[in-house]
Design a protein around this ligand. Structure first.
Ligand SMILES: Nc1nc2c(c(=O)[nH]1)N[C@H]1C(S)=C(S)[C@@H](COP(=O)(O)O)O[C@H]1N2
Ligand SMILES: [Mo]
Length: 427
């Protein structure tokens, strides 16, 4: 948690209020409660003059790299203890219920590492291209930045997102059920420029990007995709990649499962067939009911989730409320999102607001009046190919119950009379 008492010896009322808010902050550390509105102090409100109007604030140099307000200190990535055998090979989750719009702030992008965060020294960074190319090449970061670059907003979703929910409702919070996704604007060089520079042999059919972290994580990607929209990204949301996200260079594989987006990239081999590496055989394949595994499930199917209300974001008021959520598809844009408050008896159109980019998340809203009755809230999305997000049971009918990956089933939140929300499943 960030420092909560920023009064630093000043004995202003502001310092006192900070302390009071810190109590709310520690409750919020469970991830289940927001800092309560009940902490508010009438003496600090109209018609009185608020404390922040009476004193000079901090100077311009107080925060050379800006950080969020201390009252937002509960908005952090969180892990699930029983999914964290060792922090170096683990995952934490984006706090979706605290975000709005479509862009994930850099400091809140979920992390998934197989061997921890590689500490790459950019001046020693090299990217090697070898295999079925006319001339094997080694690039520095400066070399890469001399190619034409592009800016694109894309989501990255781990194939294991919602995986724990295959066999039934488990985790209480959309952060934990759906938080293995982030969506940022990448700046980088289309991979095709780099491959063309090396010159592809006529029998080139596949590429194998490989990470420079201790796991040396690698995946096979068909050349068609590599030449279509893959990017070598060096910036996210306008600044250099974060170390957690693969600084200084990561592969962007739009719409396809997060595992293929190799971080701390060190090498791309070009070949004529897939490598069948660990991450595309023993992991990131879908085990079917008969014990056989599906080979190569790359695209992330259309999916959506209501982020508010959700278990970490209860309903606080009767009457006017704003329901909000995210929808995305690895096959295009999202055309429509439907909302039900009664477990699927009645569906209504949600309002998609904000940019609708290809293979990016879409923000939706649904304004409604809550009379205090229990609700069964669901969303379902339809993408630009006409595909409708399935129920979990429809998925199970096709894939059985052995699966973990690629669970894009409809999520249900049960809102109780007191506004609390829990993760449930209805058939
Ligand atoms: N080199 C390397 N690349 C990697 C990984 C890794 O452990 N090492 N994890 C992969 C997995 S499984 C996912 S889901 C995404 C996660 O990206 P993020 O940490 O930016 O969220 O990175 C992928 N790329
Ligand atoms: Mo992943």
């Amino acid at each position: 948690m960030s420092e909560t008492g920023s009064s630093k010896g000043r004995t202003t009322r502001r310092g006192f209020l900070t302390g009071a808010a810190a109590v709310g902050g520690s409750l919020a550390a469970t991830g289940l409660v927001r800092p309560a509105m009940a902490e508010s102090d009438p003496e600090n409100q109209p018609p009185n003059v608020a404390d922040w109007s009476k004193y000079l604030g901090e100077g311009v140099d107080a925060r050379p790299y800006g950080t969020p307000s201390e009252y937002e200190s509960h908005v952090v990535r969180r892990n699930v203890a029983w999914l964290t055998a060792s922090p170096e090979s683990s995952v934490n989750f984006t706090p979706l219920h605290e975000l709005d719009g479509i862009i994930t702030p850099n400091g809140l992008c979920f992390e998934r590492h197989h061997s921890g965060i590689a500490e790459v020294v950019p001046s020693d960074f090299r990217l090697m291209i070898n295999g079925l190319v006319d001339k094997p090449l080694i690039f520095t970061m400066e070399d890469i930045k001399r190619f034409p670059r592009t800016n694109k907003v894309y989501f990255l979703e781990c194939a294991a997102n919602s995986g724990m929910e295959w066999r039934g409702a488990q985790l209480n919070g959309c952060q934990f059920t759906h938080g293995m996704i982030h969506c940022v604007m990448y700046t980088g060089v289309p991979l095709k420029h780099i491959l063309e520079e090396a010159g592809l042999k006529t029998n080139a059919k596949w590429i194998m990007p490989e990470g420079g972290d201790a796991s040396g994580m690698n995946r096979s990607i068909p050349l068609e995709k590599a030449l279509d929209d893959c990017m070598l990204a060096f910036a996210m949301n306008g600044e250099a990649l974060r170390p957690e996200q693969g600084y200084p260079l990561r592969l962007v594989v739009p719409g396809w499962e997060g595992n293929m987006w190799v971080k701390w990239l060190r090498r791309i081999e070009v070949g004529d067939e897939p490598w069948h590496a660990r991450e595309e055989t023993s992991k990131y394949t879908d085990l079917m009911e008969d014990g056989r595994a599906r080979r190569f499930t790359w695209a992330m199917d259309c999916k959506s989730v209501v982020t508010n209300p959700s278990p970490q974001a209860p309903l606080l008021h009767k009457g006017r409320n704003v329901l909000s959520g995210l929808a995305w598809s690895g096959r295009g844009t999202v055309d429509r999102v439907d909302i039900t408050l009664d477990g699927g008896k009645n569906w209504r159109h949600a309002r998609i607001d904000g940019p609708s980019f290809d293979k990016s998340v879409h923000r939706f809203y649904y304004e409604f009046d809550w009379n205090g009755e229990p609700l069964l809230v669901q969303s379902r999305a339809i993408d630009s190919t006409g595909y409708l997000q399935p129920t979990k049971n429809e998925l199970r009918a096709v894939r059985g119950t052995n699966s973990i990956y690629h669970n894009n089933g409809i999520q249900t939140w049960h809102v109780r009379e007191n506004g609390e929300v829990e993760n449930v499943e209805i058939s």
